[in-house]
Design a protein around this ligand. Structure first.
Ligand code: GLA
Length: 413
């Protein structure tokens, strides 16, 4: 056979290599010195995340199962004997130089708001006599706009740096809450707390079972590599934004559903008996609100089932059932919650057709990324099938990498 004969299988694609954390921290320290003219006191970092399952439920007190990825945001920082907060970024020209005592929600815009907001949110912990001055250089390596929580990584790396520079004595959960407050009350972006919890509290080699009722967490072993499995991330490159009305509209729909059902949040609704659930949901007047509630309630139940399967055995032993839950989650987000876009659906459909055990969008939706649970040896093949489907649809080429369960926020050097 002629070696130039056309092949039926799609062209090979490359999975991006996992970033080297130590090298990236070193680079951030060097860039700080180039930028500010002296060496930083330290470098801190926080990871982006994927959510394995439990989507659009955090703001209804739901259950989620995120994990930190190996892409991180680095904050090289030093305390100064002043009250000036000076911020610079490797990725963005916008800088900030402000009296830290004057911070209030309207005073800062753009990316610096996510850092200044954390200092503002931690303000009550800073002793009155203490100066608040610091220089921070941000090197954000979580892909932007990919639905992988680059803003949570930014906030949480800043929270670690500020905690250590000012010796505030906060607990990790205090920093989670400060990052949430920074995003919602200072930067003015809606968030339910999933992203910040994952970025601060994740453990290497584990996923994080997160109960958004009280933000309590439990690390769950999630070592796919040793079981010959992998979680493939596809950054679809579809423009992603939920600061606009859609995210807020979904929250409002769920709140309305909870009011009509007479519960504080949809977490309070039982979902084990599908027929009883249908009867209950039929009492919701608006058909769209009814579907929104159906998603949230059944998604929380899927997380329970996912968690029970992980407690009962390894991912390998339960891979078919776990994959089916991932698929059901995506289908519910597509049909009932309507937060997918064509690129997300095409990536998920192509992954399933190419042999993934399960695939779904991850994060807020309206663009962003998908995940697929695959045999490790088939990861590149599945990626190639997704890439081919994107070419066929005329979409921009996606970017692929593996979700390697990484350590939450902390100090690097
Ligand atoms: C975004 C928000 C999170 C969560 C997800 C959907 O990532 O920031 O709080 O609501 O969407 O699960």
């Amino acid at each position: 056979m002629n070696s130039a004969a056309p092949s039926a299988s799609p062209a090979a694609v490359e999975l991006s290599a996992a970033p080297d954390r130590a090298a990236a921290a070193e680079r951030a320290a060097q860039l700080f010195e180039e930028s500010f003219g002296y060496q930083p006191d330290g470098v801190w970092s926080a990871p982006g995340r994927v959510n394995i399952i439990g989507e659009h439920v955090d703001y209804q007190d739901g259950l989620c199962l995120p994990m930190a990825i190996s892409h991180r945001c680095f904050a090289a920082a030093a305390r100064t004997p002043t009250n000036r907060l000076r911020l610079r970024s490797v990725q963005d020209e916008t800088v900030l130089d402000i009296d830290a005592r004057t911070l209030s929600p309207e005073t800062v815009t753009g990316w610096p708001a996510y850092v200044a907001g954390v200092l503002w949110a931690l303000g009550s912990r800073i002793s009155g006599a203490s100066t608040r001055g610091m220089d921070i250089l941000i090197d954000g390596q979580v892909p932007l706009g990919a639905g992988l929580s680059s803003s949570a990584a930014l906030e949480c790396s800043a929270a670690e740096a500020i905690e250590d520079l000012l010796s505030l004595g906060t607990e990790p959960l205090d920093r989670v809450r400060a990052a949430i407050t920074a995003e919602t009350d200072f930067a003015g972006a809606s968030t339910g707390g999933l992203d910040q919890s994952a970025s601060v509290l994740s453990r290497e080699g584990h996923a994080l079972f997160l109960d958004c009722r009280d933000f309590s967490t439990r690390p769950v072993p999630w070592d796919l590599a040793s079981q010959g499995l992998a979680l493939l991330i596809t950054d679809t490159r579809a423009e992603h934004s939920h600061v606009d009305g859609e995210y807020t509209a979904r929250r409002a729909d769920s709140e309305q559903a909870a009011r009509e059902l007479g519960v504080d949040t949809l977490r309070d609704v039982e979902a084990t008996d599908p027929a009883a659930l249908e009867t209950l949901l039929a009492t919701i007047q608006d058909e769209v609100v009814r579907r929104r509630a159906h998603h949230v309630i059944t998604e929380i139940q899927r997380v329970r089932e996912f968690g029970a399967l992980l407690a009962a055995g390894t991912v390998r032993e339960n891979v078919t059932e776990l994959g089916a839950l991932l698929n059901a989650s995506h289908d519910s987000l597509r049909e009932d919650y309507e937060v997918t876009v064509a690129q997300l659906d095409v990536a998920v459909d192509a992954a399933r057709a190419a042999g993934a055990h399960g695939a779904r969008m991850t994060g807020g939706g309206f663009g962003g990324s998908t995940i697929a649970l695959v045999e490790a040896e088939q990861a590149e093949q599945v990626a190639a099938a997704i890439a081919a489907a994107f070419t066929e649809q005329g979409f921009e080429a996606p970017v692929f990498f593996l979700a390697l369960p990484s350590e939450g926020a902390g100090q690097d050097r």
